[in-house]
Design a protein around this ligand. Structure first.
Ligand code: SAH
Ligand code: SF4
Ligand code: F3S
Length: 459
């Protein structure tokens, strides 16, 4: 941390204590992907340094920050709805500070619209200036004025921002920022900027510290981790980074997301197969099973290449499982082309799928294309896809009955009250046991398949 940052941190700390009449509370509401979750943990890290405690309640908070996502229209609408809903609270509690940050604010029209629609929002800032939060808050507090800060991305990566992690056993570690791929439907490259990799030493020491302090699962983050290393002075690729992190001593799992099929390599699967800590599970978004649609999406692989990756991974890791993302109703997609997506799903047998109906994002290439299929029809296709996937998921679960699985216990399932953990292959297992197991590995025998999840018994 530099001197400026430290001065602003103590300045905000003092002003906030006076304003809140004691230790102030913050509510950071994060939407979107793990990258945003990781940013949220940095925002909390900075707030904690400024003396904030944390709450999940709007009415208790002295500061509310919306950390937003722009990937689909629905995500943006929710934020507009939820920020709007604070109008009355702000009237009752004029001292409340409201900030909006994250990917939505990186679209200049949206940032302007946010400021205009919500005059009670004190602070709007972009993803590239997150580390300047202390300074921005200081300005809001000391000059009682609204702040809008949308700086440009910096060449170097800030390694001095403190992190306050949400979890005690699972941690997110950013491997790289941004995206260079410009898939034609996607807003991420516009709001997150160009790819930038963190230095392997910085990633290594963060991971080692996490393992030493008891974390059991580390997930490396990047929009396309397989292009890790571009632009670094040290010659290293993602497989190399994985091998290096795998050498850390301790009992932990090392996961990563997301892999782009165009850059996934045999070397990556070999590194996974030969590792001690990397579960044999890979999240490999295919988006569509049809070559014409894939070309229009600018994905730069075809169905054959995708399936050959799956085949190779299965060859070197017979127990490997796959999860994926898929888009239904890309502009111009026909029902016949959509059938290719279904056949790919049947062929690969994913253990889980994240399914999305195409949502036009202003400024992206696909948004300007003719899109003749009405939304209702896309919804029907979507339902058809879910049915196919459900059958596969249920079958996948059934195959595991009688097997022994090592699970990392995450928490208690709200519905059943049972402990809930994940297998190496990323399947959920529910079983009974006491709270001391939360955050620990447990050996479980699978006794039953229940829809998408498993029931088991601790061994
Ligand atoms: N970098 C990751 C994806 C990040 S966005 C990758 O390339 O796989 C997460 C998912 O959101 C994408 O995989 C895609 O399936 C979905 N998505 C992105 N833009 C979308 C849009 N405009 N409409 C619908 N789904 C979208
Ligand atoms: Fe979006 Fe494609 Fe980049 Fe993923 S790889 S973030 S889908 S542009
Ligand atoms: Fe959303 Fe930004 Fe992630 S747009 S999906 S939060 S990178």
């Amino acid at each position: 941390m530099n001197e400026d940052m430290t001065a602003y941190i103590s300045g905000v700390g003092e002003l906030m204590r006076v304003r809140a009449g004691g230790a102030p509370l913050a509510y950071v509401r994060t939407y979107g992907c793990q990258q945003n979750v990781a940013d949220g943990e940095k925002i909390k890290g900075l707030l904690y340094e400024m003396g904030f405690g944390f709450t999940d309640s709007d009415s208790e908070a002295d500061l509310i920050i919306f950390n937003t996502c722009a990937v689909r229209e629905h995500a943006e609408d929710r934020v507009f709805g939820n920020v709007g809903a604070l109008k009355n609270l702000k009237r009752r509690k004029p001292g409340l500070i409201i900030g909006v940050c994250g990917c939505m604010t990186e679209q200049p029209e949206v940032a302007k619209r946010l400021q205009k629609t919500f005059p009670f929002v004190n602070l709007v800032f972009g993803t590239h200036v997150l580390h300047r939060l202390p300074e921005m808050l200081y300005e809001v507090l000391s000059e009682s004025q609204r702040v809008l800060l949308l700086g440009h991305e910096e060449k170097t990566i800030r390694e001095d921002v403190p992190i306050r992690r949400d979890g005690k056993s699972r941690a997110w570690v950013t491997a790289m920022y941004g995206c260079d791929n410009f898939c034609s439907y996607c807003i991420v490259p516009y709001v997150r900027g160009r790819e930038k990799s963190r230095r392997p030493d910085d990633i290594y020491s963060e991971c080692r510290t996490l393992v030493e302090s008891g974390y059991k699962e580390i997930t490396l983050l990047g929009q396309n981790v397989n292009s890790y290393g571009k632009g670094l002075s040290e010659k290293i690729n993602f497989a190399g980074l994985l091998s290096r992190l795998d050498s850390i001593d301790g009992d932990f799992r090392l996961r990563f997301m997301t892999s782009h099929p165009k850059d996934a390599s045999k070397e990556l699967f070999d590194a996974m197969a030969g590792s001690k800590h990397i579960p044999h599970h890979i999240h490999l978004p295919f988006q569509s099973g049809n070559d014409r649609v894939l070309r229009e999406m600018n994905r730069r692989y075809d169905r054959e290449k995708y399936l050959s990756l799956i085949e190779y991974a299965r060859r070197v890791m017979p127990d490997v499982t796959f999860t994926s993302d898929v888009i239904v109703g890309f502009p111009g997609e026909t029902y016949e082309e959509f059938q290719d997506t279904l056949s790919l799903i049947r062929e690969v047998e994913f253990v889980n799928l994240f399914t999305f109906i195409y949502s036009p994002r202003p400024g992206t290439k696909a948004a300007g294309r003719p899109d003749p299929v009405p939304h209702e029809e896309k919804t029907e296709w979507f339902a058809e896809l879910l049915k196919v996937q459900e059958e596969i998921a249920v079958n996948n679960c059934k195959k595991l009955v009688g097997s022994r699985q090592r699970v990392l216990v995450e928490d208690r399932d709200g519905k059943s009250g049972l402990l809930s953990g994940r297998t190496q292959g990323s399947l959920v297992v529910l079983f009974s046991g006491d709270d001391s197991l939360i955050g620990e590995f447990a050996e479980v025998e699978v006794t039953e398949a229940k829809g998408w999840s498993l029931r088991g018994q601790k061994i």
